[in-house]
Design a binder for this molecule. Structure first.
Ligand code: ATP
Ligand code: PAU
Ligand code: K
Length: 244
């Protein structure tokens, strides 16, 4: 059994896998990550491996203690990945984006793939059919858009994510919901349509905390898989074991 941990910008997510089946899924905050991981290991005592990818404020040293009981692997830029990294600054490429790209290659071989992760940020990552990682885009996520509107103005309230009633917002709240939600939906549809100009065929993977909310609203038909990053961590670890 393997426990995969994704240390995100806002929250930590974890999943226990037995081969490829997901046995448990957890979300917690950084401040109580140790307690939570200990609890998971207690509930799944057959866990032999802990694999961690982090873009957040936890690093390798925070996971050293767990190494006494199980084999811990902290994914880093030094690992081997199943793609050729053509990013001009590979050392600054986020570990979440690298794991997503790896998962796309391992789960969808020999095709162009676009991974869209709608989390704290919305990231776009493109890996072509020859397994060249080309890059993509980073834009603010839904929650971040609501918070930015509130934090950088005097009069805009902080709203919770909600569906706009119409494209034409007829009140302050409706204008904000339309701006954030319709804005992000149009952005994603716009990116997909732009990629279509360059690549006639590609597989789209939509993941992250807002994936399901967004998938229903896109013009392009895409299925959301909120667990894609954790699944990719498990696949990347299996790839590593095979190639070591
Ligand atoms: N309890 C919650 N806390 C924060 N975001 C939440 C929560 N519930 C739903 N969300 C939605 O999830 C989005 C954040 O996605 P996600 O959970 O993937 O982010 P994250 O934990 O910061 O990870 P990452 O850094 O990988 O994006 C927010 O835009 C928000 O709309
Ligand atoms: C873009 C985020 C914040 C998304 O989680 C993360 O992937 C990151 O910190 N990236 C570093 C910059 C880059 O990917 O080029
Ligand atoms: K993200």
């Amino acid at each position: 059994m393997l426990l995969a941990i994704d240390v995100g910008n806002t929250r930590i997510k974890g999943a226990v896998f037995e081969n490829d089946s997901l046995l448990g899924y957890f979300i917690f905050l950084k401040k109580d990550f140790r307690k939570n991981i200990e609890k998971i290991l207690k509930d799944f005592p057959k866990t032999a491996f802990l694999v961690v990818a982090s873009v957040g404020s936890l690093d390798k040293n925070d996971f050293l203690d767990f190494g006494e009981k199980l084999k811990v692997h902290f994914i880093s830029h030094e690992d081997s990945f199943p793609f050729v990294n053509l990013y001009e600054t590979p050392k600054t490429l986020g570990m979440d984006r690298m794991v997503l790209a790896a998962g796309a290659v391992l789960q969808f071989p020999k095709q162009n793939r676009l991974v869209i992760d709608a989390g704290t940020c919305i990231t776009y990552d493109f890996v072509d059919e020859n397994d060249n990682y080309l890059g993509g885009a980073i834009s603010p996520g839904l929650r971040l858009r609501y918070e930015a509107l509130h934090n950088f103005t005097a009069r805009l309230p902080l709203l919770e994510l909600d569906s706009p009633k119409s494209i034409i917002g007829n009140s302050t709240s409706q204008s904000i919901h339309s701006g954030v939600v319709n804005g992000a939906v149009n952005e994603i549809d716009g990116f997909i349509n732009d990629y279509k100009q360059h690549y006639s065929k590609f597989t789209i993977i939509l993941t992250g905390g807002d994936a399901e909310f967004l998938a229903k609203r896109l013009k392009n038909t895409i299925f959301a898989n909120s667990n894609f990053l954790l699944e990719s961590l498990s696949h990347l670890f299996q790839y590593k074991i095979k190639n070591d």
